[in-house]
Design a protein around this ligand. Sequence first.
Ligand code: NDP
Length: 248
Amino acid sequence: MSQTRNLAGGKLALVTGGSRGIGAAIAARLASDGCDIWLNYRRRKDCAEAVADKIRAMGRACRLLEFDVANAEQVAGVLGPLLAEHAPDILVNNAGLSRDTIFGLMSDQDWGEVIDTSLRGFFNVTRPVVQTMIHRRRGRIVTISSTSGLSGVPGQVNYAAAKAGLIGATKALALEVARRHVLVNAVAPGFIETDMVGHLPMDLILPRIPLGRLGRPEEVAALVSFLCSDEAEYITGQVFSINGGIYT
Ligand code: NDP
């Protein structure tokens, strides 16, 4: 996808979990498309600052927002005052984590942390932001789901449930807000080269991927960029896989 095809220039984008991996790549890509960025992170301020420096070097503004998306009070405390003054044109719900283990051994914490980060995180952040979008009658919301939410993956009952839930939420919200020109889509990546997959056995995984390699965060970012561009005006309520062919 060429840069010239993206028409997001002059807009404001909020990216959750933007300090590392896919979120960092999405934030940098939207900045190169011309967006100013609100970059959320939870713990890794050092990484978030490095991403912000890169964005500012592109000539775009970047504001760091520290909150745990699963914590309603933290989200409201940071986003509330900002949303009273500004309205993002784009929201990318990217923050997520995995706590893989077989279901019989899964702890309450493993279940709760994964579900809360994805689903409460979606609720806590999207609800106040979509209100500003509805009011302005424009906006784009892209939520990062996963192949796991489509196919199910053993050892990921918590993660698959969370990511499938995000797909349902995406489809329902898209129907609610289409008439207000707010477009809501999901992206479902397969195995992407980030910290999240660092512990996985690549000798077992790579042979299962038809394209024979992991995806790059920048490749996911290019798809998100397209969904946020003016060229994607007729796309809402959809789920886009980007997975090297591992699940069709
Ligand atoms: P990483 O572990 O590399 O990065 C996760 C990011 O999310 C970090 O910026 C982290 O912040 C942030 N984060 C985690 N929990 C929270 C929270 N509660 N509140 C705010 N921020 C949080 O993950 P990836 O880049 O690989 O994953 C990004 C998204 O893509 C996730 O939703 C993941 O489920 C999804 N995905 C990833 C795939 C992959 O193969 N990598 C495949 C399919 C989907 P901090 O740095 O402060 O800890």
